[in-house]
Write a protein that binds this ligand. Structure first.
Ligand SMILES: [Zn+2]
Length: 464
């Protein structure tokens, strides 16, 4: 019988099964070093006296590769159609109405509630595609990074790891030199974005780092992209961009440049493994081949893409090309990774009229395992981390499955991941570990009451 561990430099955990190299392996000892990273992970090891026995099988968490934290305040409040049509663009106009009102203190409260929910949902690192920078009138805060620090404070409040991606946002459209008035809080240029990224990295907050982002080809024109690329140079930071989310965006790009978005970007601004193409929903086989050759990754946001009616990505095409993939919760219509993976394959099934689209028999007959391992492989790069997952050197993060949860009860170990994605409540975790520490047990977080109370107050202030 294992006992609670004494306080030592290394914390030992033991689990009856852990997901290692694409399969469940038994009797696994996990050693979390004093630096918050895995020092060793050893299967086929009896539970030592001093180890803490985890309540269930252990999965690595995934990176949430695309988030706009402030949009959490808007989730569930745009589900009524007021006119003949409702699409991404009408949703965006309403979302801007909320974005124009949020203060740094409110952003911290919204983000803290969100990050707590995302930890419950199986993510332990979130990439913030962050464009809400300035005061309500568009002027800078006394500290120009006030909104970025609000996100970092929220991450610290909850234990979430954070990759801040300050966004270059300069134009309202392909043929529009200026922003719209209701985009005034977003206005940046390449110098601003690179200075912000460097300042966030220089602050060296625990579990916080920064990369850069370009909002989209409509909001960052060729000269902006060239300028930011020049400033970033060879720095090993992630470079994210929304691309090919909307059919209208593809049509506008064709009209402006004579090429489709990914085709144009790859042709004019050579991509590499630092680049993360967010959505990439509307693609051609030629574009997929171009992206695959570059090493860039693709961030799919199934819950948001469904909510906004954006379309369905060519998942079989991206998987077959071996492009690194990740999941993003984006607008936070959904906030659990298992639910996103479920939506990802269900969207394909509905369109293609067949089941288990992502499976790859005989190598990997499990749809859930193929998707989960694909997202796991893409996670480190998307977040700008050197490694990720259950391996020595990676941050000591883990999801402990609750095998007594509805949907997992009595399921054979070999099918646990399948059931977690396609049958269970999407938050079937007994515990969540970040940096070697338990931050959530059965969904409960030490600060959840205060965080919920502050969030509720902000919702009342924003929506009356
Ligand atoms: Zn987005």
């Amino acid at each position: 019988m294992c006992t609670n561990p004494p306080i030592t430099m290394t914390t030992l955990y033991w689990t009856p099964h852990a997901w290692l190299q694409g399969q469940w392996q038994p009797d696994v000892l996990l050693e979390a070093g004093a630096d918050g990273r895995w020092a060793g992970i050893t299967p086929h090891t009896p539970c030592p006296e001093q180890a803490r026995r985890l309540a269930g099988p252990v999965l690595p968490p995934l990176v949430n590769a695309h988030s706009h934290a402030f949009q959490r305040a808007f989730a569930g409040l745009a589900e009524r159609r007021a006119s003949v049509s409702d699409d991404f663009w009408s949703w965006r106009d309403r979302m801007y109405g909320v974005a124009l009102r949020i203060t740094p203190a409110q952003l911290r409260a919204i983000a803290a509630q969100l990050y707590l929910e995302l930890l419950r949902g199986g993510y332990t690192q979130t990439c913030e595609f962050h464009y809400l920078h300035h005061r309500e009138d568009g002027s800078p805060y006394a500290d120009p990074l006030a909104m970025s620090w609000a996100l970092a404070d929220a991450a610290a409040d909850t234990g979430m790891g954070l990759t801040v991606l300050p966004v270059l946002y300069a134009h309202a459209g392909f043929a529009q030199p200026q922003l719209r008035d209701d985009q005034r809080r977003f206005k940046t240029d390449a110098d601003w974005v690179w200075r912000a990224s460097q300042a966030i990295n220089a602050a060296a907050r625990p579990r916080v780092q920064a990369g850069v982002a370009l909002h989209s080809l409509r909001a960052a024109h060729a000269a902006d992209i060239t300028a930011l690329r020049a400033l970033v140079g060879d720095a090993e930071v992630p470079i994210h961009i929304h691309i090919s989310e909307q059919p209208q965006e593809v049509a506008d790009c064709l009209a402006a440049h004579g090429q489709r978005p990914m085709q144009w970007l790859a042709h004019h601004h050579p991509l590499d493994a630092r680049w993360q193409l967010v959505h990439a929903t509307h693609s051609t086989p030629g574009e997929i081949a171009q992206v695959a050759a570059s090493g860039a990754g693709v961030v799919i946001c199934p819950g948001t893409e469904a909510n906004l009616g954006d379309g369905v990505a060519d998942l079989p095409g991206w998987l077959a090309a071996g492009v690194p993939l990740t999941i993003g919760s984006d607008s936070h219509a959904t906030r659990a990774v298992m639910e996103e993976l479920r939506w990802l394959d269900y969207g394909q099934r509905l369109v293609l009229g067949r089941r288990n689209v992502a499976a790859d028999p005989p190598a990997q007959p499990s749809t859930a395992a193929r998707l989960f391992d694909a997202m796991l492989a893409g996670s480190a790069r998307a977040a700008g981390l050197s490694s990720w997952g259950l391996q020595p050197g990676a941050r000591a993060d883990a999801l402990v499955l609750d095998t007594a949860a509805d949907g997992l009860l009595g399921v054979p170990t070999d099918h646990l991941l399948d059931a977690a994605v396609f049958s269970a409540d999407p938050r079937p975790y007994a515990a969540v570990l970040v940096g070697g520490e338990v931050v959530l047990e059965h969904g409960r977080h030490g600060r959840q009451a205060a965080i919920a109370s502050e969030f509720e107050g902000v919702m009342r202030a924003l929506f009356g």
